[in-house]
Design a binder for this molecule. Structure first.
Ligand code: ZN
Length: 85
């Protein structure tokens, strides 16, 4: 599920939970990047709301917020899906 990983995960022949990541390293990298993007989104949202950046000054911040949200679309919350790796 890591968008930057090229390793294939296979459906388990003998049953059990299907893996979402190829390794713990891959899982951690996904979690780290997701957390980083979430933090960026939250910070930018707060910045726009609290400081009430207006007009032209808001444009690059709004754009960065849109980019962070767009990047975050590749990192859905997988905690409800499976704990397997
Ligand atoms: Zn992987």
């Amino acid at each position: 599920m890591n968008p930057f990983c090229t390793n294939a995960c296979s459906w388990p022949d003998g049953g059990g939970r299907p893996p979402i990541f190829c390794s713990q390293t891959c899982r951690r990298a996904y979690a780290r990047e997701r957390a980083s993007l979430l933090a960026q989104v939250r910070w930018l949202e707060r910045y726009l709301a609290v400081d009430q950046v207006l007009g032209r000054a808001a444009a690059p911040i709004t754009q960065r917020l849109s980019q962070a949200r767009w990047q975050l679309a590749r990192y859905p919350d997988l905690t409800q899906t499976s704990e397997g790796d």
